[in-house]
Design a protein around this ligand. Structure first.
Ligand code: 26V
Length: 803
């Protein structure tokens, strides 16, 4: 069979035949009895077949060109659905539509039948998924390495307005996008003893590979996401079994069964759990063994590893990669300590995604020494070497207070460390890594996050994507800077009308979905005001719901004051153990209950909180949004990526000067952005006043009304004391400065009202937001990593001439 560089062009008849063949021969189903699931599988296999050509081609080109490869190590990949993304990147969406029609199934229904791959918590995992797509679209030879969790992020339900978690089980159905690779398997050891560099683990599991092809835009390149699943080394310890110790005999299997079973659902607080450390080492060791095996199949000199291999650590979760790479290079391959350390450092890069102290990973030296005794020795030697080499201040170091500080370890073992927005990278230099930055000037750099426009504009928003392509051509999909060409259309009345029509189509679709799934009618003419992200105090969903209460109260007091009708939309999950976040969820649902049943405000104000927010729900909500809520306490949100998706989809932002909001505002223009709130510096200063909340509340009628309504039980009539704790914290423990920012926020919201009531002016600004969002493509971000961290080039440059 001949394989071309591109996805094989396919006509409708060929695709139809492939779907029919898979239905019959892969699924063993007769078309007359095929279910939605059967059709989905058949179509997925038919589409997958078209990826294999480019996939093989890319692998062959990488080997032939002896190209440098990127390895992206991440505990999370929040991918979402794959079928539609693959169809779009292969240019097969229209063909699939016509095949569906002629075979008598509904393509939309098929697409929505696919469960989300929810192998991540939030921003960090979704960023990894956008990066994989951009790496393929840019033709950068790369592998993602992750864990094939049996259960992704829990599902969220509301019972009496409160979050209830249920297990997620995406793998109970066949997963058509993966290829099992049982021949790619490595032993991963734990515990035991390490004497003179000789480690004898007392426990072990097998990491067994599953590969998913990641197809880039236009099918020109495909990389691999390799996910490890844990398998027992032996099913039974026969000796123990025979001696009658049946429970102990099954231990190897028990460890393997738990290791890759479930994603840790708490991205807010580090907990120091043994199983989590084992998961981190499992991913890292399997990936590194695989990387060295591949390298040695092509080259023999391990000292040249950094010329052919770049390994990126997505936060500190795989930071054991430093010690593990040194261990493999010295203990297994016989290199000198110093040489191995230099190779490891020249190969590794580390991305920091948070400054929140409670989320920074640190493992007790006792646990580290127990689970990974050899690595504990190596960590101490790295630390000693660093101390000697830098003459660092005494308070700096990897091992402090009997804990291994994973951020310090990752920093010291990397040649580049990056933050994820300009502001965040600046704060990384000034705060967590202040001393290390002075010892290693130039090591910390910035790479502002981005999102893939294929999924987040073309796939999620066909009406707007179609309008853009009709207006400026479709070059923007692979080169988002081309959106600039829309700028002149911002003051073209006819274009703005079409732009509003596209937005309205999405809003009507969302209204219908909300009506069907939640039984609440919302008015598509109202402003759709959306806050979707994990629930966290620093993200301040409570600021939003407080403002909602104030608005409701004032609408009732003064119905004719020129309010814009609004639908407040919330989406997001709380970490299961985060009581305060759960209380905020409860309050939002309680407030929704009261407001949505108030005949006085009626269509003027609704509050919608659909449960189980995930990637697919984001694809519905973002294109329908008018207003994007990015209201974190300044200095706390490292970047944000949802903020970028909203901008691209023509929402205006109401936000603080935090994370990438700063750069979004610079790009779209300050006049097209609703800014409020303290700056990161002002936040630090304001906290020094112990009365900051009290003072702010006493100066704000609105705030007083809000807290009064909550505390007197207006939203919890059957349990009036429910929110006493919450209100007490607002007055006395307002760490995230909700009170200080409240009036500024309320005022900015009224400016949004005013603009919304002038649709021509609103849509002019919204068009400018889209036109100026090109910078926030993850293609730009990946180009930055390639140039500044990895030293890799696209394998597609010059491809046209070569072909
Ligand atoms: C932390 C932890 C702590 C230990 C247990 C499990 C776990 C899982 C994930 C995390 C990551 C928290 C950091 C994070 O998600 N940061 C987000 O990264 C986004 C991409 O750079 C960025 O846009 C968000 O602003 C940032 O909050």
């Amino acid at each position: 069979m001949s394989m071309t560089k591109d996805a094989r062009p396919v006509n409708d008849a060929e695709l139809k035949q492939a779907v029919e063949q898979h239905l019959i021969y892969t699924l063993g189903k007769d078309a007359r009895h095929a279910s939605v699931y059967d059709w989905r599988m058949a179509l997925s296999y038919a589409i997958r077949d078209r990826i294999v050509g480019p996939w093989f081609h890319a692998t062959r080109r990488t080997y032939e060109g002896q190209r440098k490869r990127v390895y992206y190590l991440s505990m999370e990949f929040l991918i979402g659905r794959m079928l539609e993304d693959a169809m779009i990147n292969l240019g097969l969406l229209e063909a699939s539509e016509s095949v569906a029609k002629s075979l008598g199934f509904d393509l939309r229904q098929i697409i929505e039948d696919e469960p989300d791959a929810a192998l991540g918590n939030g921003g960090l995992g979704r960023l990894a998924a956008c990066f994989l797509e951009s790496l393929s679209s840019l033709g950068c030879p790369a592998h993602g390495y992750g864990i094939r969790y049996e259960h992704g992020l829990f599902r969220q339900r509301f019972e009496g307005g409160q979050q209830v978690e249920t297990p997620e089980d995406w793998l109970t159905q066949a997963h058509p996008w993966e290829f099992a690779r049982p021949e790619s398997a490595y032993e991963i050891g734990f515990k035991g003893e390490a004497v003179n560099g000789d480690w004898h683990p007392s426990e072990s599991v097998i990491a067994s590979a599953y590969d998913m092809p990641v197809i880039g835009w236009q099918g020109r390149w495909a990389n691999t996401l390799r996910m490890w699943s844990a398998k027992p080394t032996t099913l039974f310890d026969l000796e123990r079994f025979n001696s009658g110790d049946y429970a102990a005999a099954a231990e190897p299997e028990a460890l393997a069964r738990t290791l890759s079973r479930v994603l840790y659902p708490d991205d807010t607080t580090y907990q120091g759990k043994e199983l989590r450390l084992k998961q981190e080492f499992f991913l890292t060791s399997a990936a590194l063994q695989d990387i060295l095996r591949r390298y040695l199949s092509e080259y023999d000199d391990l000292t040249k590893l950094p010329q052919k291999v770049a390994i990126q650590m997505n936060d500190t979760h795989p930071a054991i990669a430093g010690p593990e790479l040194i261990r493999l290079l010295t203990d297994k391959h016989g290199l000198e300590w110093g040489v191995a350390q230099d190779i490891a450092r020249a190969t590794l890069g580390y991305t920091n995604h948070t400054l929140l102290p409670e989320a920074l990973e640190r493992w007790s030296t006792w646990l580290m020494g127990n689970i990974l005794p050899r690595h504990m020795q190596i960590i101490e030697r790295i630390d000693d070497d660093h101390r000697r080499a830098t003459k660092r201040p005494a308070h700096v170091g990897i091992v402090r207070n009997n804990e291994v500080q994973m951020g310090e370890l990752a920093f010291i073992m990397s040649h580049k460390v990056n933050g994820v927005s300009a502001l965040h990278s600046d704060l990384v230099k000034k705060t967590v890594f202040h001393d290390l930055n002075e010892l290693h000037p130039g090591r910390i750099i910035n790479q502002t996050n981005g999102v893939t426009p294929r999924r987040w504009l073309k796939l999620a928003n066909p009406p707007l994507a179609g309008l853009i392509s009709d207006t400026i051509g479709d070059g923007w999909i692979g080169d988002l800077d081309q959106l600039k060409a829309l700028e002149p259309h911002a003051n073209d009345k006819a274009f703005r009308k079409d732009f509003r029509a596209a937005k309205r189509t999405n809003k009507v679709a969302l209204s219908n979905w909300v009506g069907e799934t939640m039984g609440v009618q919302i008015n598509p003419n109202a402003m759709f005001d959306v806050q979707i992200k994990r629930i966290h105090e620093y993200k301040r969903q409570h600021l939003n719901i407080f403002e909602t209460i104030a608005l409701w109260h004032n609408m009732r007091e003064n119905p004719d004051a020129g309010w814009a009708p609004r639908v407040k939309v919330f989406g997001g999950k709380s970490a299961p153990g985060y009581a305060v976040a759960k209380e905020i969820i409860h309050l939002i649902n309680d407030v929704a209950q009261v407001i949505n049943n108030d005949p006085v405000t009626g269509d003027m104000l609704k509050v919608i909180y659909p449960p189980n927010y995930n990637v697919s729900m984001a694809e519905r909500l973002i294109p329908a949004a008018d207003l994007s809520e990015q209201i974190s306490t300044a200095g706390k949100e490292a970047s944000g990526t949802g903020n970028m998706k909203f901008t691209m989809n023509g929402a205006l932002t109401i936000g603080t000067l935090d994370g990438a909001n700063v750069e979004i505002r610079e790009h779209v223009g300050a006049e097209n952005f609703f800014l409020f709130g303290l700056t990161a510096d002002e936040v630090i200063k304001r906290r020094r006043n112990v009365r900051h909340a009290r003072d702010a509340i006493e100066a704000s009628q609105n705030m007083q009304h809000v807290l009064q309504l909550i505390v007197e039980g207006r939203f919890s009539p059957t349990d009036p004391d429910r929110y006493h704790g919450l209100v007490d914290r607002a007055w006395n423990h307002d760490h995230y400065l909700v009170a200080a920012d409240f009036e500024g926020y309320y005022t900015a919201q009224r400016a949004a009202d005013k603009l919304y009531l002038d649709p021509e002016a609103w849509s002019e600004q919204a068009v400018l937001n889209v036109a100026r969002s090109g910078f926030f493509s993850s293609d730009r971000t990946i180009r930055g990593y390639m140039a500044d961290i990895w030293g890799t080039e696209s394998a597609l440059d010059g491809e046209e001439d070569a072909a």
